[in-house]
Ligand binder design. Structure first.
Ligand code: ADP
Ligand code: MG
Length: 256
């Protein structure tokens, strides 16, 4: 059975997509079978994995509305060596279309049954809001991985996210739990970083990953080449950090 993890935080620009693409590539490099699902109409995980949005004939939108199965739509990336269920602008209209469909909150979950035995990990890259796409992700997932930047407003936003997670757990998905908190774009110099880190440890205890993702220019550059950083510059600090994160992720998942 695949372990399904939603990478989410309604704040934009915290590193959700960067974490999804690079964690997917790092897990694949460790011989895990990975499916990355792009749930953001911007399609950044799609292009960052090397797929061309304009060339897609079908996307995750078709799975959500039920005209296609996941296996018909997913595409293998190269050299990333993982599978992607891509997104493009079509997804912008999904919110409205979903409202009129039955089981609107659980359509992704229903679509994923088909591939449950084909993957070790399914990663869901969520949009920067708590909309129906995010609700579908949280209904389908067993765990939530939350990237946070260690800055003051990071903690404020987490309260709303935790309430949403609790709400979905109660209403739709009782087994949903927080898989972990990952500190991204980490700069150890400011004292604020340490203040926020210690707050996170206080609230989330061992859910805070030991691995931190440093601010690294290679992580920002590699999407424009359609490459996970591991395949762009494998000795970069960013690529090495995500390999370490994948190792810790596998260990943590195995003990839950
Ligand atoms: P989100 O998906 O949460 O909106 P992204 O992963 O797209 O966030 O990251 C936002 C921006 O920051 C992107 O331009 C990305 O390339 C850059 N970025 C993300 N993580 C890092 C990092 N660790 N170091 C440097 N740049 C980063
Ligand atoms: Mg994103």
């Amino acid at each position: 059975m695949a372990k399904i993890i939603a990478v989410t935080n309604q704040k934009g620009g915290v590193g959700k997509t960067t974490t999804c693409v690079n964690l997917a590539a790092s897990l694949a490099a460790m011989k895990r079978r990975v499916l990355l699902i792009d749930l953001d109409p911007q399609g950044n995980a799609t292009t960052g994995s090397g797929l061309i949005k304009e060339e897609l004939e079908t996307s995750v939108y078709d799975v959500l509305v039920g005209t296609h199965g996941v296996k018909e739509v997913m595409k293998k990336t190269s050299p990333g060596d993982f599978w992607v269920l891509p997104a493009n602008g079509d997804l912008t209209g999904a919110e409205v279309v979903l409202l009129d469909l039955p089981s609107k909150e659980t359509r992704l979950r229903a679509g994923l049954y088909e591939v449950d035995n084909d993957f070790d990990y399914i990663l869901l890259d969520c949009p920067p809001s708590l909309n129906m796409l995010t609700v579908n992700a949280l209904s389908a997932a067993q765990g939530v991985l939350i990237p946070v930047q260690c800055e003051y407003y990071a903690l404020e936003g987490l309260t709303a996210l935790l309430q949403t997670i609790e709400h979905i757990a109660n209403a739709l998905n009782p087994s949903l739990e927080i898989e972990g908190i990952v500190r991204t774009m980490y700069d150890p110099r400011p004292s604020l970083t340490h203040d926020v880190s210690s707050q996170l440890h206080k609230h989330f205890e061992d859910k805070v990953y030991d691995t931190v993702i440093p601010r690294n220019i290679r992580l920002a550059e590699s999407p424009s080449y359609g490459l996970p950083t591991l395949h762009y510059e494998k000795s970069s600090r960013g690529a090495i950090a995500y390999l370490a994160l994948a190792g810790e992720f596998i260990r943590k998942c195995a003990t839950r």
